[in-house]
Write a protein of this length. Structure first.
Length: 93
């Protein structure tokens, strides 16, 4: 028999998606450091934290510089994984 779960609120849906994304990132991650931290954020938040435009974020994603998780049309990033991926290219001004 199949288990059916009824979701009653937007918050419950967000919690289920966030949990599923976090588990997927940990599972897909090959390095132990990446498995240590999981914080799922969207393009706007990633751009804000890095002080760059969302267009640059999309460009990096399309070029394979950073990895993303896509569920239907939603694109999300693991903050810690992105920081590991861009660390070698960061320069001090």
């Amino acid at each position: 028999m199949e288990h059916i779960q009824i979701i009653t609120s937007k918050e419950e849906i967000q919690a289920i998606i966030t949990d599923a994304l976090s588990k997927a990132i940990v599972h897909m991650s090959a390095t132990p450091t990446s498995q240590a931290g999981v914080e799922i954020i969207d393009t706007k938040e990633l751009a804000r934290r890095l002080n760059i435009s969302p267009v640059t974020i999309r460009s990096w994603r399309n070029k394979g510089k950073i990895s993303a998780i896509r569920i239907n049309s939603a694109v999300r990033y693991n903050w810690y994984q992105v920081m590991e991926q861009i660390q070698p290219t960061l320069t001090v001004r």
